[in-house]
Design a protein around this ligand. Structure first.
Ligand SMILES: Nc1ncnc2c1ncn2[C@@H]1O[C@H](COP(=O)(O)OP(=O)(O)OP(=O)(O)O)[C@@H](O)[C@H]1O
Ligand SMILES: [Zn+2]
Length: 724
């Protein structure tokens, strides 16, 4: 009887053998449902071993092998294998993460094309010619003809009258088109800027095969256009394109832009926000090669792409490429590995590259494509620091910022006040007894949300009403202390009663449709002053936005994390880069008590390279990445003592295994020690080279898995951790 070896999503290191009467070599890579414990589980067949590791009489038969979809190919199994090895996770866990839940359960999944190309019918032509009664469907027909047909349903749907697409189909004015156009057909091409043309030409001139490119282009330089041109080439060569974006919720426009550029291509979005059916369908379309472009968040790096021709990673510096729980992989780094594996080019794009990528580019390991000028605007915005050390601020607003806002209002331009803290105030306090609103579950304060009168923990989500009086002494005069976006929004509304003030943060945009509505309001000029968090910092392109005021940035200046300056610089350069992207000149005002700080100095000159050189010098001297390589062992338990004790033991175990090349540090409580009622500690491991670190981790993890950890204690390892 054939035996199948299965990777299952369980916290155990081994693979599991089952019998399967009709299995053969072609079933490797197929999803399978098997009995496990008292229930059943599903996983992926990774091998057909000749002999089982246990006596075959004791093996159980599989329930069901999913044969409706093609098996996952060998290169995909290699990919999940690499991720499991490099990040020291279980193969089954990686498989569970990489597969959409529907597929994993080995349910029936269809890869049917739900986005077929539509074309005008004879009836549609006649209706247009007659044009007797104005109707939405008729309006849609003329819009679609103007935009170009045939086009995919989603492209037609995205037109202004797109809601009538169902109606037009029902009337028989539009129909699914049999005529297929070349997948790489691109419409609406702007003339490239000199920089863009040079970048595309440099890419074209390179040999086929693997190469990692850093596309370093200033904000507003038109990196997206370069991605689209490179995608067009890959499609023309018969390839599939994988395009990674940090957060799909932040880029609904990009999806539309890609789809309308390539009307005949099958563009598939893949992210965790999709309904299960849609996610499975997209995955299967990628797997069968029906999908031409897969656009998605970090998760989509696991899409199986038989015709893969190009990988694009937009905003490659963004921290959300790194998963912070479970399998702690970096989608950007995995993307580079994947490109090498499949011998295709990968382009990492950013206005503010990660120091890791920037250094690789400088060393020549990555090839560089530079866009040094903006595409539309004649220059980058002017950046000015406002010294607030001797100023009286009005709810955080300096007189200079006030005046600049007034000027924009008078000219009918938009402004953005950037403050990376949502809520009304970060804490509620009692001036009489000193009580402050702390979270019962975390070592953090409860944030005042005045919009719905709640106190909320931004870490564990715990939530309660704002008390009418101090819970400790009964004083009725308790005060919100400090400020967040809601407070600034309220003050701006008082100061500028005629202005339309719009707050853009995670509270205002809880759902994708709320977020899209906000973006539409801004794009249509329905707001004068925006108050926003980092959600406003990324990728957006609003031509009438000419002023960005930054408040409260200093609080990140002296943070303990060695990556804090890099993050702050990137964030400020990105948010400042929203100003003056159209034909109107832009200005950025940064309020700070330390205007002479080198970080702000480099920022004022918009000199990313100078900042990168300085920050890397500091890192080299201090022995931090990218000059060393790190891994973090974290443990959490109800009592801090238990977490630390476990790490001390782990350290002792590690010391025996570590050669000279690997350094282990003392366990310490994490900065946010208590989170959701668990106390957390961590132990840093470091080496100058990746090889010895990986070899050490392999041996150490095995030893730790053999160790009996106390009940209630959880531990996990984080390779290349972002938060140290
Ligand atoms: N060749 C071109 N001709 C005309 N307009 C262009 C061209 N290239 C880009 N643009 C326009 O320039 C603006 C900025 O482009 P884009 O948003 O791609 O910049 P970016 O490099 O991604 O910037 P950021 O890093 O700030 O997000 C957009 O409005 C885009 O439509
Ligand atoms: Zn909490």
């Amino acid at each position: 009887m054939p035996i199948v070896r299965v990777a299952l999503p369980v916290p155990l290191p081994q693979l599991f053998d089952y019998t399967a009467e009709d299995a053969d070599g072609s079933d490797v890579g197929r999803c399978v449902r098997v009995p496990f414990g008292r229930g059943d589980k599903s996983g992926v067949i990774v091998a057909l071993p000749g002999d089982a590791e246990v006596a075959s009489a004791r093996l159980k038969p599989v329930h069901h092998i999913q044969r409706d979809v093609p098996p996952l190919p060998a290169d995909w199994l290699e990919l999940v294998g690499f991720v499991a090895r490099y990040y020291h996770a279980r193969l089954g866990e990686v498989v569970a993460l990489a597969l959409p839940p529907g597929l994993r359960r080995a349910d029936g999944v269809s890869g049917e094309d739900v986005d077929p190309p539509l074309d005008l019918t004879a009836a549609g032509q006649a209706a247009l010619a007659e044009a007797r009664r104005e109707s939405r469907a008729l309006a849609l027909l003329s819009e679609a003809v103007a935009a170009g047909l045939p086009a995919r349903r989603s492209v037609v749907r995205a037109l202004p009258a797109g809601a009538a697409v169902g109606d037009a189909l029902k009337r028989g004015w539009l129909a699914i088109s049999a005529q297929s156009q070349p997948r790489h057909l691109a419409v609406g091409l702007p003339t490239l800027t000199e920089d863009q043309a040079a970048a595309v030409a440099a890419f074209d001139a390179a040999e086929d095969g693997f190469r990692c490119w850093l596309l370093h282009g200033v904000t507003g330089s038109g990196k997206t256009e370069v991605y689209l041109r490179l995608a067009e080439r890959a499609l023309a060569a018969g390839g599939q394109v994988l395009m990674l974006v940090p957060e799909i919720a932040l880029t609904p426009q990009l999806e539309g832009r890609v789809a309308s550029r390539f009307p005949a291509a099958n563009v598939v979005a893949l992210h965790s926000g999709l309904a299960e059916g849609a996610r499975s369908r997209g995955f299967v379309q990628a797997l069968t090669g029906q999908a031409d472009i897969v656009l998605g968040t970090r998760l989509s790096v696991f899409a199986p792409l038989p015709r893969l021709g190009l990988i694009l990673v937009d905003e490659e510096h963004d921290a959300s490429y790194k998963q912070q729980e479970g399998v702690r992989y970096s989608a950007r780094d995995v993307a580079v590995w994947r490109a090498r594996q499949r011998k295709v080019p990968v382009v990492l794009g950013s206005a503010t590259p990660s120091l890791e990528s920037w250094l690789h580019a400088r060393n020549g390991r990555y090839a560089t494509l530079n866009l040094s000028r903006r595409a539309v605007a004649s220059s980058l915005p002017k950046v000015r620091c406002i010294d607030t050390s001797r100023l009286r601020l009005d709810e955080g607003l300096s007189p200079a910022l006030h005046k600049a806002l007034e000027e924009r209002l008078a000219r009918g331009e938009q402004s953005l006040v950037f403050l990376n803290r949502r809520g009304y105030a970060p804490v509620l306090s009692c001036p009489s007894c000193g009580w402050i609103s702390t979270c019962p579950n975390c070592s953090a304060n409860l944030v005042v949300h005045l919009a719905d009168r709640r106190l909320r923990c931004h870490h564990c989500g715990c939530d309660g009403p704002v008390p009418a009086a101090c819970p400790s002494c009964g004083n009725q005069d308790i005060q919100p202390f400090g400020r967040g976006t809601q407070r600034v929004e309220a003050r701006l509304a008082e100061l500028f009663p005629a202005a339309r003030v719009l707050r853009v943060d995670r509270d205002a945009a809880r759902t994708r449709s709320q977020w899209e509505a906000l973006l539409a309001t801004i794009a249509n000029g329905g707001a004068d002053i925006l108050v926003g968090t980092q959600m406003m910092a990324k990728g957006h392109d609003f031509p009438r936005l000419t002023l960005v005021g930054v408040i409260g940035a200093d609080s990140s200046l002296h943070a303990a994390d060695f990556r804090a300056p890099e993050r702050l610089f990137q964030q400020l350069m990105q948010v400042g880069g929203r100003a003056g992207r159209g034909t109107l000149p832009g200005e950025v005002l940064i309020q700070t008590e330390y205007p002479a700080h080198p970080l702000y100095q480099h920022l004022s000159r918009q000199d990313f390279d100078a900042f990168a050189r300085m920050a890397l010098d500091e890192r080299r001297q201090a022995g931090f990445p990218p000059y060393t390589h790190q891994a973090m062992l974290r443990a959490d338990a109800p009592l801090l003592h238990d977490a630390v004790a476990f790490l001390k033991e782990a350290r002792a175990l590690g010391e025996e295994l570590a050669g000279d090349a690997v350094r282990l540090f003392d366990p310490v409580p994490m900065r946010l020690t208590r989170l959701a009622r668990r106390e957390r500690a961590q132990l840093l491991v470091e080496a100058d080279q990746r090889g010895p670190l990986q070899a050490f981790l392999l041996a150490w993890m095995e030893a730790l898995y053999r160790q009996r950890a106390p009940r209630d204690l959880r531990w996990q390892v984080d390779v290349d951790p972002l938060d140290v």
